[in-house]
Design a protein around this ligand. Structure first.
Ligand SMILES: [Zn+2]
Length: 260
């Protein structure tokens, strides 16, 4: 039986010259891999739409005794032409896809994760905020949806509220901040100023309320490092797109402040 649904292309692999395996994030099946026979050649059925970060409507069949679906036809559902305007938007979008791919399991539907990816790609496409802000929001929200959201609202041990003029330790294996009396040295951690923590959480709240406020560059850099280290700690690897972002940042110094 042919079914129709929508999905976002996370990655595409070509084999046997013209067949393609396409990994999609869908609203009701979660992450699913599909075989597109002659995907590279069949312009009538697929055009050239089986590419990462395309948002598709596609027809498919389930295959007996296989988790791989058979793609029959696909077309762009929501165009995102502006993502291609610059290298930063492209690599930032690839990073969003790669991080999502790592933090979802096959056939484990999560509508909120789907909406989050849809949302971030549209925001990058619309250039609604500087890319670093968009990526920090996405990382924090995705980690939370994956059940490993870091705790910045209060000390994770004594639950004392964060104070502006106090220094905290972000402890990676505990996934949150510890106040000075609760912190025992020796654990893998980084220092975070209370002022930066409060500013970052105010930014997250303002973003969710639809009127994001900008944050100081120092705070943005600090939280980029903390969140990237935290993701590295959980995945036990550095994502390829993240390495590419780092090389862009260090190689093009005049534009680096505008990048993630
Ligand atoms: Zn404490």
């Amino acid at each position: 039986m042919i079914q129709t649904t929508e999905g976002i292309v996370l990655k595409t692999l070509t084999f046997r010259e013209s067949d393609q395996i396409v990994t999609l994030l869908t609203p009701r099946m979660g992450k699913v891999a599909g075989l597109a026979r002659y995907g590279k050649k069949s312009l009538k059925r697929f055009g050239s739409v089986l590419q990462p970060f395309n948002i598709l409507e596609f027809q498919f069949r389930e295959r007996p005794h296989s988790s791989l679906i058979l793609l029959e036809k696909a077309a762009i559902k929501i165009p995102l032409f502006h993502i291609y305007r610059d290298i930063y938007s492209i690599v930032g979008s690839c990073y969003c896809l790669e991080l999502m791919d790592e933090l979802v399991h096959e056939r484990d539907p999560n509508f909120e994760k789907y909406l989050l990816l849809l949302n971030i790609l549209q925001k990058i496409n619309n250039h609604s905020l500087p890319l670093p802000f968009l990526l920090r929001w996405y990382e924090f929200r995705l980690l939370t949806l994956a059940g490993i959201g870091p705790e910045f609202r209060h000390c994770i041990k004594c639950h004392a509220a964060i104070e502006d003029d106090c220094d905290y330790q972000f402890v990676y294996w505990e996934g949150g901040v510890l106040c000075p009396p609760c912190y025992v040295s020796g654990k893998m951690s980084d220092v975070l100023r209370g002022h930066d923590v409060l500013e970052f959480m105010a930014f997250m709240d303002s973003f969710d309320q639809g009127s994001p406020r900008e944050i100081e560059k120092h705070t943005a850099v600090q939280f980029r490092k903390i969140l990237h280290n935290f993701i590295h700690y959980h995945l036990n690897k550095i994502l390829k797109s993240q390495i590419f972002m780092e090389s862009l940042r260090s190689g093009i110094s005049c534009e680096s402040s505008a990048f993630a």
